[in-house]
Design a protein around this ligand. Sequence first.
Ligand code: FPP
Length: 245
Amino acid sequence: MNKTPRHVAIIMDGNGRWAQKRMLPRHIGHIKGAANLREVVKACFTRGIECLTVFAFSTENWRRPPDEVALLFDLFAQYLNKEVEKLSQQGGRLRIIGDRSAFPLELQQEMQRVEAATAHNQKLQLTVAINYGGKWDILQAAKNWQIAHPYQNVEQITVAELDPYLSTAGLPDPDLLIRTGGESRLSNFMIWQCAYTELYFSSEYWPDFNAKSLDDAIDGYAKRVRRFGKTDEQVMKISARSSQH
Ligand code: FPP
């Protein structure tokens, strides 16, 4: 059975501490962090991971000093500008999730442009969550469901019916969520989509998290038994059946 996760989600934490440990200003940590994202994306291509979703800016990150917020947006704009062509040449599709209304119009247009330009690519779906929060995602899905079904009672809504209104519509739920930087929490990242996701916490700061670290996370994932609420016995029967085919 193939144990490579289809969808890996990453909370890229620890840029600031990486810089502080080296007596450098925090923004250098973010620059290193953006460079590291390139390396990890490359590693995902070679490992056959189909979807990578990264948390670049949360709805709570607005509380940071304004110059740090501005730098993160700059890095993001540069990423769109410089990286997307390379990503596309390798067969990568870029998608952005989060509340875009807070961004300058030019940046919103650029986001639309790169999404359209890479929409046909199928090898790797890179999703960048920016001004994203899991609670925001669930709320906007519920509101949009109601708009699309004005005459339906909200009590009739099912989990499967809400899925297409989440910002991640069309993506499988993450199989593996990695958080770097030593903290062990979800911080409002894809809380709906990660209901059955395997969690992996690394003490490495994000700029240090390399292809070898990714392999360690995947190895750890491969050893886990995913039960999805079933018993061990049921799961063993299913995997014995699938290995006969
Ligand atoms: C957390 O580190 C990281 C962020 C809030 C931003 C992540 C951004 C990048 C990796 C670079 C830009 C992204 C793209 C898509 C180009 P932290 O500042 O919370 O670190 P700390 O916990 O050590 O302070």
